[in-house]
Design a protein around this ligand. Structure first.
Ligand code: HQG
Length: 180
């Protein structure tokens, strides 16, 4: 299995479907590497510790963490998991990239977390553009995170630098910049 497919499989099982591997997530989203490798093997995904280390190291967005004997996805879960993140003060402005087709609904309803645990925000517009472009022509929304924080909204920062919050009401969103 090439690294790209292994990375996809790890994202899927560690964020969304640990139960399919019969592998309960420990607090923080961790699983034992030995058990993970064995469970992957049962799915005909044959990988070694070195493969996990390489995929973790090379993940463009630092999706995974390997610590001691354990591995986890840093964020993006849809299964219940407590990542143990402390809320912190965000920068004044954060960015969210989304396909143009979602814009009207977002400006009406605000940003909603959907299947994930949080709305994902980026500190750089470039990163937000990449996220939005996954699904078509992207627009980048500016989020007045500092103002939200001063009004009591909580923000978290995942180990790989993604800013997370529960929702962003429309009054904290600013007109989008088109990315080409
Ligand atoms: C949109 C990937 C209509 C939202 C990425 C997004 C990121 C609304 C989609 C990470 C809406 C949800 C997260 C509303 C939000 N009306 N559409 N009211 N509120 N949306 O994938 O932020 O590769 O759950 O704009 O790179 O796109 O998985 O969130 O388009 O970092 O590591 O609903 O996932 O990282 O989509 O992406 P997602 P996202 P990984």
């Amino acid at each position: 299995m090439d690294d790209r497919r292994l990375s996809r499989a790890l994202s899927y099982y560690l964020r969304h479907a640990p139960q399919e591997l019969d592998l309960p997530l420990q607090p923080g989203g961790w699983v034992e590497v030995s058990e993970l490798l064995e469970a992957l093997g049962r799915q005909e995904i044959h990988a070694s510790l070195e493969d996990l280390q390489r995929v973790t190291r090379n993940s463009d967005k630092q999706r995974f963490a390997l610590e001691g004997t354990r591995m986890r996805a840093n964020q993006g879960h849809s299964v219940p998991v407590d990542l143990g993140l402390q809320s912190q003060m965000p920068p004044a402005i954060l960015y969210h990239g989304t396909p143009r087709t979602s814009l009207e609904s977002i400006l009406k309803q605000g940003l909603l977390k959907g299947q994930r645990h949080h709305v994902h925000l980026s500190s750089e517009p470039g990163t937000a553009a990449q996220v939005g472009q996954r699904r078509g022509q992207a627009v980048i929304l500016t989020v007045r995170a500092g103002l939200m924080h001063s009004e009591g909204y909580l923000f978290y920062r995942s180990d790989n630098g993604v800013w997370l919050t529960d929702s962003v009401p429309p009054q904290f969103l600013q007109a989008p910049v088109t990315s080409d």
